[in-house]
Design a protein around this ligand. Sequence first.
Ligand SMILES: N[C@@H](CCC(=O)N[C@@H](CS)C(=O)NCC(=O)O)C(=O)O
Length: 316
Amino acid sequence: MGRLVDGKWTTQWYTPDAEGRFVRGETAFRDRITADGSSGYPPEAGRYHLYVSYACPWAHRTVIARALLGLEDAISISVVNPFMGDDGWTFDEAPGVVPDPVHQARFLWQVYVASAADYTGRVTVPILLDKQSGKIVNNESREILRMLETMRGGRPSLAPEPLRAEIDRTIDAIYTPINNGVYRAGFAVSQGAYEEGVTELFAALDRWEEVLSTRRYLCGATLTEADLCLFTTLYRFDPVYHGHFKCNIQRIQDYPNLWGFTRDVLQTPGVAATCRLDHIKEHYYRSHPTINPTRIVPVGPRIDYATPHGRDALFR
Ligand SMILES: N[C@@H](CCC(=O)N[C@@H](CS)C(=O)NCC(=O)O)C(=O)O
């Protein structure tokens, strides 16, 4: 999938390795907003723009952080159409799509090319862009999360200093088996690669289920970036990864603690408004013809996310 436009870019879902494993590429734009502005990017309200997809778990992390850190007025946002076809992400009109006010792009690749004329590579969300120069600052969700932290007003931190090392270790620990694990299972093109991905995924879910039986959040009593990183994968799990990516050893709803945790984060004020299951289902089921050639989007499953989680009382 993907194509060359004026020799400027290519995008491909993935190039499997010799054993059929999904291999995720490195992100290209890695500048930083720093508190002292020494990077050339000071934490200035009104200066930065976020490009996201509501469907994408990586982008979703940054949308939640923007809401919880009170940055909705300070950082503007554009939302792509959930369907990703041969042209990659677009701003084609649909419910929930927010067009690009900076470059008036129709295709997301145009934002990359406007930033680096010779850019070739994957065209991904999220993107944090500097409106002053029109250039992409960074397109790695985890780094964007930490940058939003420097712009935080009076809201509670999602990466408090004393917990930072543990937050970083936790984000590292869940990345390969869980966040990327669902893709390693779903995009595998050999039985062996799929089984490797799905087995590691469920072994990790079992492990974190245990951890979450002893503490409310991954790093203790405080909601942190690490929880957002886990949440955006768990939220998509039963409606999409379980069926579409064949991650079906069991559901998240079958894990009392992971399921309670999912509802706990979702019911945190500000989070539900960032969650769009319609974009999520539309994106995955319609955009991967090798996995779902009919592009039919399933109607179910019916899931009650509003059930009280009780985790506040449990870990008081
Ligand atoms: N490492 C990146 C991954 C971002 C990513 O892979 N985003 C997906 C959407 S879920 C995307 O835009 N894919 C388009 C493509 O690969 O062509 C991050 O965490 O920000």
